[in-house]
Write a new protein. Structure first.
Length: 411
């Protein structure tokens, strides 16, 4: 008679090898090397990866690593050249609410949950930079909001103590940059002075890694034409500014972080528009006398500006809203209809007609990213978001009024 408990009974309890975590690890290691799993996952959309974080601890840990996030963004940006996603900002015709929509071909236009409070009369869009979009209200960059549309998270940046000075500053311009070595998203804020000002521009930079502002050294005096930087190429923002020199006042280009002058293209045609084209700084050059014809210039570090090619559009346009990284042109006609045009075939890929106020369209090229930083919160519905924003704005205004010295212009 065999002893009890030996050879004729079932083992009690669960074996370690039967856990979901071990199965996932064993399956991944058995069929696919880690490098292959990394490569496959880095090519998937953000929405899919967010679901895949629940598969096992190994995948969840991998998807949150900085090197994976960087690799995923490179793949996302590379795929974008064949079919770009667009974020369209507009002002609703009746409610005056700021509407942010995503166009991701072949899907239709989808309205996004907006982290920016609708009761602000103006909203400008900077970016995107590494998948992050900056929203703010001019002229003094109030309520700077950093937003990841793909991850549906945002953060309102607390402004620095710097305030505009009456008779010196006329506006502030915002740009975004990304420090790939430190994995740090940066926001730059430049106070604009007049051309004859004896005081250099005040420039400050916010680091999402440290959560602080710092003043940058600057000895140059220049006049900024826009509330936002004109282009961001490989994480570097560029501004088109006016600066006096021995030839008079002319347009030059500036870039962060140590601000430097780039070669001027000179006076070509009526309109000039800086863009990121295939990861190069380019300029669209056109005028209303020939508003179906656009010259494209590219900046070379050695030879300066060179004309790359000329493109035509199949219709007359009132203004150009942008150029995608794959070369597609975004233009608006005199009826407020926005067209996405293929620069190679000169054909219309898509057209948008929203219930918005005339001239309120803002269109930006978007590559989704997993990148997040400390202090970001989930985006709530607009009504709940506005209540929170109103409280913050009221507190900020009260704080501003109590410490407002003489000679300061009220934003």
């Amino acid at each position: 008679m065999a002893p009890k408990g030996k050879g004729n009974g079932k083992k009690k309890g669960k074996s370690k090898g039967n856990s979901k975590e071990t199965k996932c690890k064993a399956t991944s290691d058995l069929y696919f090397p880690k490098e292959v799993v990394f490569d496959i996952l880095s090519r998937l959309p953000v929405k899919t990866l967010l679901r895949f974080r629940c598969v096992c601890k190994q995948w969840r840990k991998l998807i949150s690593k900085p090197n994976f996030i960087a690799a995923h963004f490179r793949c996302s940006s590379s795929l974008q050249r064949s079919g770009s996603s667009l974020i369209i900002g507009s002002l609703h015709q009746e409610s005056n609410n700021h509407v942010l929509s995503l166009y991701n071909p072949p899907d239709s236009l989808v309205e996004l949950d907006n982290p920016f409070p609708c009761f602000f009369s103006n909203m400008y869009i900077v970016g995107p930079c590494n998948g992050i979009v900056c929203l703010f209200s001019p002229p003094w960059d109030e309520l700077i909001t950093l937003w990841n549309p793909a991850m549906k998270q945002y953060k309102m940046v607390q402004l620095s103590e710097s305030l505009p000075i009456q008779g010196l500053h006329s506006l502030a311009s915002v740009g975004m940059a990304f420090d790939y070595q430190q994995n740090d998203l940066l926001v730059l804020r430049i106070f604009c002075v007049g051309l004859l000002s004896p005081v250099p521009n005040h420039i400050e930079m916010y680091s999402t890694k440290s959560g602080r502002w710092k003043k940058l050294k600057n000895e140059m005096i220049f006049y900024i034409l826009e509330f936002i930087c004109n282009a961001i190429v490989k994480g570097v923002p560029y501004w088109l500014v006016c600066m006096p020199d021995k030839f008079g006042v002319r347009a030059v280009f500036m870039r962060k972080e140590v601000f430097e002058k780039l070669p001027s293209i000179g006076r070509r045609r009526q309109h000039q528009f800086l863009v990121d084209l295939e990861d190069s700084l380019c300029m669209l050059d056109w005028d209303h006398k020939d508003d179906c014809h656009i010259d494209v210039w590219v900046l070379d570090d050695v030879d300066g500006w060179n004309m790359k090619y000329s493109v035509g559009t199949p219709f007359r346009f009132d203004q150009i809203l942008g150029c995608l990284r794959n070369g597609d042109i975004i233009a608006e006609n005199d009826k407020g209809v926005v067209f996405l045009c293929d620069s190679i075939t000169s054909s219309v890929k898509e057209k948008f007609s929203l219930d918005t106020k005339e001239g309120s369209y803002v269109v930006v090229d978007y590559s989704e990213s997993l990148f997040l930083f400390g202090g970001m919160l989930p985006v709530k519905k607009q009504d709940a978001q506005d209540k929170v924003a109103r409280k913050k704005l009221t507190r900020a205004c009260l704080k501003f009024l109590t410490r407002q010295p003489s000679g300061i212009v009220m934003p």
